[in-house]
Design a protein. Structure first.
Ligand SMILES: Nc1nc2c(c(=O)[nH]1)N=C([C@H](O)[C@H](O)COP(=O)(O)OP(=O)(O)OP(=O)(O)O)CN2
Length: 177
Protein backbone atom coordinates (compact mmCIF):
# COMPACT_ATOMS: atom_id res chain seq x y z
CA UNK A 1 0.00 0.00 0.00
CA UNK A 2 1.39 3.41 -0.94
CA UNK A 3 1.50 6.53 1.20
CA UNK A 4 1.60 9.92 -0.47
CA UNK A 5 3.36 12.44 1.76
CA UNK A 6 3.15 16.17 1.08
CA UNK A 7 5.00 18.84 3.02
CA UNK A 8 4.31 22.56 2.97
CA UNK A 9 5.95 25.34 4.91
CA UNK A 10 4.39 28.51 6.22
CA UNK A 11 4.98 31.34 8.65
CA UNK A 12 2.58 31.94 11.50
CA UNK A 13 2.17 33.84 14.74
CA UNK A 14 0.40 32.82 17.90
CA UNK A 15 0.35 33.08 21.62
CA UNK A 16 -0.52 30.53 24.30
CA UNK A 17 -2.24 32.21 27.25
CA UNK A 18 -3.42 29.24 29.30
CA UNK A 19 -0.43 27.39 30.66
CA UNK A 20 2.65 27.37 28.47
CA UNK A 21 4.26 30.13 30.55
CA UNK A 22 5.01 33.80 30.23
CA UNK A 23 7.25 33.59 27.16
CA UNK A 24 4.61 31.78 25.10
CA UNK A 25 1.89 34.26 26.13
CA UNK A 26 3.78 37.00 24.30
CA UNK A 27 2.77 37.03 20.63
CA UNK A 28 5.56 35.34 18.66
CA UNK A 29 6.00 33.49 15.40
CA UNK A 30 7.46 30.37 13.84
CA UNK A 31 8.33 29.11 10.40
CA UNK A 32 6.51 25.77 10.47
CA UNK A 33 6.14 22.77 8.20
CA UNK A 34 3.10 20.56 7.92
CA UNK A 35 3.35 17.07 6.42
CA UNK A 36 0.25 15.07 5.60
CA UNK A 37 0.39 11.29 5.06
CA UNK A 38 -2.28 10.08 2.65
CA UNK A 39 -3.56 6.63 1.68
CA UNK A 40 -6.18 5.47 -0.80
CA UNK A 41 -9.45 4.27 0.74
CA UNK A 42 -9.21 1.30 -1.64
CA UNK A 43 -5.84 -0.16 -2.54
CA UNK A 44 -5.45 -0.97 -6.24
CA UNK A 45 -2.69 -2.55 -8.32
CA UNK A 46 -0.77 -0.09 -10.53
CA UNK A 47 -2.48 -0.17 -13.93
CA UNK A 48 0.58 -0.79 -16.10
CA UNK A 49 0.19 2.52 -17.86
CA UNK A 50 -0.04 5.69 -15.70
CA UNK A 51 1.12 3.71 -12.65
CA UNK A 52 0.11 6.18 -9.99
CA UNK A 53 -2.37 6.41 -7.13
CA UNK A 54 -3.43 9.90 -8.24
CA UNK A 55 -1.37 12.67 -9.82
CA UNK A 56 0.29 14.63 -7.01
CA UNK A 57 -1.28 17.79 -8.42
CA UNK A 58 -4.86 16.60 -7.76
CA UNK A 59 -4.01 15.08 -4.40
CA UNK A 60 -2.44 18.23 -2.96
CA UNK A 61 -3.82 21.18 -4.98
CA UNK A 62 -6.64 22.37 -2.72
CA UNK A 63 -4.83 21.50 0.53
CA UNK A 64 -1.83 23.56 -0.51
CA UNK A 65 -4.15 26.40 -1.58
CA UNK A 66 -5.49 26.33 1.97
CA UNK A 67 -2.05 26.26 3.60
CA UNK A 68 -0.67 29.01 1.34
CA UNK A 69 -3.77 31.22 1.33
CA UNK A 70 -5.13 30.80 4.85
CA UNK A 71 -2.50 29.40 7.24
CA UNK A 72 0.57 31.18 5.89
CA UNK A 73 1.01 34.47 7.81
CA UNK A 74 -2.00 33.75 10.00
CA UNK A 75 -2.18 34.73 13.65
CA UNK A 76 -3.51 31.88 15.79
CA UNK A 77 -5.54 32.72 18.91
CA UNK A 78 -7.69 30.96 21.47
CA UNK A 79 -11.39 31.80 21.11
CA UNK A 80 -11.29 33.43 24.58
CA UNK A 81 -8.15 35.49 23.91
CA UNK A 82 -8.86 39.22 24.57
CA UNK A 83 -6.83 40.05 21.46
CA UNK A 84 -9.71 38.70 19.39
CA UNK A 85 -12.24 41.45 20.27
CA UNK A 86 -9.34 43.89 20.05
CA UNK A 87 -8.72 42.95 16.40
CA UNK A 88 -12.43 42.99 15.59
CA UNK A 89 -12.75 46.54 16.99
CA UNK A 90 -9.42 48.06 15.96
CA UNK A 91 -8.17 46.16 12.93
CA UNK A 92 -11.17 44.49 11.28
CA UNK A 93 -9.18 44.07 8.05
CA UNK A 94 -6.85 41.62 9.83
CA UNK A 95 -9.66 39.41 11.16
CA UNK A 96 -9.62 37.22 8.05
CA UNK A 97 -6.03 36.23 8.95
CA UNK A 98 -6.94 35.04 12.46
CA UNK A 99 -7.08 31.31 13.14
CA UNK A 100 -9.46 30.84 16.09
CA UNK A 101 -9.23 27.67 18.18
CA UNK A 102 -11.05 26.12 21.18
CA UNK A 103 -8.40 26.89 23.82
CA UNK A 104 -4.77 27.65 23.08
CA UNK A 105 -3.59 27.04 19.49
CA UNK A 106 -0.90 24.57 20.49
CA UNK A 107 0.79 22.41 17.90
CA UNK A 108 -1.12 19.40 19.27
CA UNK A 109 -4.47 21.11 18.68
CA UNK A 110 -3.47 22.46 15.26
CA UNK A 111 -2.41 18.95 14.21
CA UNK A 112 -5.90 17.64 15.04
CA UNK A 113 -7.75 20.56 13.43
CA UNK A 114 -5.62 20.45 10.27
CA UNK A 115 -6.05 16.69 9.95
CA UNK A 116 -9.83 17.15 10.04
CA UNK A 117 -9.54 20.01 7.52
CA UNK A 118 -7.39 18.07 5.05
CA UNK A 119 -9.71 15.07 5.26
CA UNK A 120 -12.74 17.28 4.68
CA UNK A 121 -11.02 18.75 1.62
CA UNK A 122 -9.91 15.34 0.27
CA UNK A 123 -13.49 14.05 0.60
CA UNK A 124 -15.02 17.10 -1.08
CA UNK A 125 -12.53 16.80 -3.95
CA UNK A 126 -13.44 13.10 -4.30
CA UNK A 127 -9.77 12.10 -4.34
CA UNK A 128 -10.36 8.66 -2.81
CA UNK A 129 -7.57 9.51 -0.36
CA UNK A 130 -7.54 10.13 3.38
CA UNK A 131 -4.98 11.51 5.80
CA UNK A 132 -3.99 9.03 8.52
CA UNK A 133 -1.04 10.93 9.99
CA UNK A 134 0.08 14.53 10.24
CA UNK A 135 3.31 16.13 11.46
CA UNK A 136 3.68 19.77 12.36
CA UNK A 137 7.25 20.90 12.81
CA UNK A 138 6.83 24.00 14.95
CA UNK A 139 10.52 24.75 15.38
CA UNK A 140 13.66 23.03 14.09
CA UNK A 141 13.73 21.06 17.37
CA UNK A 142 10.01 20.47 18.14
CA UNK A 143 7.59 18.38 16.06
CA UNK A 144 4.15 17.09 16.97
CA UNK A 145 3.09 13.98 15.12
CA UNK A 146 -0.53 12.80 15.27
CA UNK A 147 -2.27 9.70 14.01
CA UNK A 148 -5.65 8.39 15.06
CA UNK A 149 -9.10 9.94 15.18
CA UNK A 150 -8.67 13.69 15.71
CA UNK A 151 -12.33 14.09 16.76
CA UNK A 152 -11.45 12.14 19.93
CA UNK A 153 -8.94 14.83 20.91
CA UNK A 154 -10.47 18.18 19.88
CA UNK A 155 -11.90 20.01 22.89
CA UNK A 156 -15.46 21.32 22.99
CA UNK A 157 -15.73 24.77 21.39
CA UNK A 158 -17.67 27.56 23.09
CA UNK A 159 -18.88 28.55 19.63
CA UNK A 160 -21.35 25.67 19.33
CA UNK A 161 -21.60 23.78 16.03
CA UNK A 162 -20.32 24.21 12.49
CA UNK A 163 -16.59 24.75 12.87
CA UNK A 164 -14.11 25.97 10.27
CA UNK A 165 -12.06 22.76 10.48
CA UNK A 166 -15.12 20.77 9.35
CA UNK A 167 -15.73 22.86 6.23
CA UNK A 168 -13.95 22.06 2.94
CA UNK A 169 -13.26 25.74 2.28
CA UNK A 170 -10.52 28.25 3.01
CA UNK A 171 -11.97 29.39 6.37
CA UNK A 172 -9.84 29.52 9.55
CA UNK A 173 -12.43 30.90 11.97
CA UNK A 174 -16.18 31.06 12.44
CA UNK A 175 -16.20 34.84 12.82
CA UNK A 176 -18.50 36.92 10.64
CA UNK A 177 -16.07 38.65 8.31
N1 LIG B 1 3.30 20.68 24.20
C1 LIG B 1 3.55 21.91 23.71
N2 LIG B 1 4.41 22.71 24.35
C2 LIG B 1 4.71 23.90 23.83
C3 LIG B 1 4.12 24.34 22.63
C4 LIG B 1 3.19 23.49 22.00
O1 LIG B 1 2.61 23.81 20.94
N3 LIG B 1 2.94 22.28 22.56
N4 LIG B 1 4.48 25.54 22.10
C5 LIG B 1 5.36 26.32 22.68
C6 LIG B 1 5.72 27.66 22.08
O2 LIG B 1 5.04 27.91 20.88
C7 LIG B 1 7.23 27.91 21.89
O3 LIG B 1 7.46 29.11 21.16
C8 LIG B 1 7.99 26.83 21.16
O4 LIG B 1 8.63 25.96 22.04
P1 LIG B 1 10.17 26.09 22.51
O5 LIG B 1 10.49 24.81 23.20
O6 LIG B 1 10.36 27.34 23.23
O7 LIG B 1 10.92 26.16 21.10
P2 LIG B 1 12.45 26.37 20.82
O8 LIG B 1 12.70 26.18 19.36
O9 LIG B 1 12.87 27.70 21.36
O10 LIG B 1 13.11 25.20 21.63
P3 LIG B 1 14.66 24.94 21.98
O11 LIG B 1 14.59 24.18 23.26
O12 LIG B 1 15.34 26.26 22.04
O13 LIG B 1 15.18 24.09 20.85
C9 LIG B 1 5.98 25.97 23.97
N5 LIG B 1 5.58 24.70 24.46
Amino acid sequence: MFDLVFTRRYSMGHRLIHGAGDICATPHGHNEEVSVYLKAHEAERLDGSANMVLPFYYAKKKWHQFVDGSIDHSFQLSEDDPLLPWFIKNEPKRVRHLVVTPGDPTTELMACLLMIKVNTILDAEKTGLYCFKIDIKETPTNTVSFSGNPFDFVPQSKNGQGHWWERPDMSISDLEI
